[in-house]
Design a protein around this ligand. Structure first.
Ligand SMILES: [Ca+2]
Ligand SMILES: [Ca+2]
Length: 161
């Protein structure tokens, strides 16, 4: 049976064109080790917006030296250019439709990274986000938004940096 995971525009810690037809969620796979060495657990995450501050991301995980991979489908609400913006400690890389839009796989303290990609309306794109925390603080926030206001939206919410 084919299981589809749908990410809607509202799912990822941002305000964006609202689509409510599906349940938004990402499959999060949680590992000990900074390069996906030992899988600890899987769960569904509604957004990527975490600041662990020396807490464990999940039971059985370490405070430092862990990695997480999120996968799902991204539905573009309108055709156009989209910007993905991350704040991270430590490293992140993001693929949309197989294209790498953020590549910052290194040690960072509140590092901010972004990348843009053209997406077509009403089309599902594979989303893959990989993240690792080395020592101490672990943090990841990932947002996405169109760079032009969607016609059906009352406000343009793409006012994040
Ligand atoms: Ca750091
Ligand atoms: Ca860290």
């Amino acid at each position: 049976m084919r299981i589809a995971l749908f990410i809607l525009a509202t799912a990822m810690f941002l305000t964006a064109p609202i689509l409510t037809a599906q349940q938004p969620s990402l499959l999060g796979e949680y590992y000990n080790g900074t390069n996906f060495q030992t899988k600890v657990t899987s769960r569904m995450d509604r957004e990527i917006n975490f600041n662990w501050e020396n807490r464990r991301p999940a039971a059985g995980m370490d405070v430092s030296y862990f990695s997480i991979r999120w996968t799902g489908k991204l539905l573009a609400p309108a055709s156009g250019k989209y910007t993905f913006s991350a704040r991270v400690d430590d490293g992140i890389r993001v693929w949309v439709g197989g294209q790498k839009v953020i590549d910052a796989w290194a040690l960072h303290d509140e590092g901010r990274f972004s990348g843009t990609i053209d997406l077509k309306a009403n089309q599902y794109y594979d989303l893959k986000v990989e993240y690792f925390n080395d020592m101490f603080e672990g943090e990841i926030q990932l947002r996405w938004a169109g760079t032009t206001p969607p016609r059906n939206s009352q406000k343009n919410n793409a006012n994040w940096n």
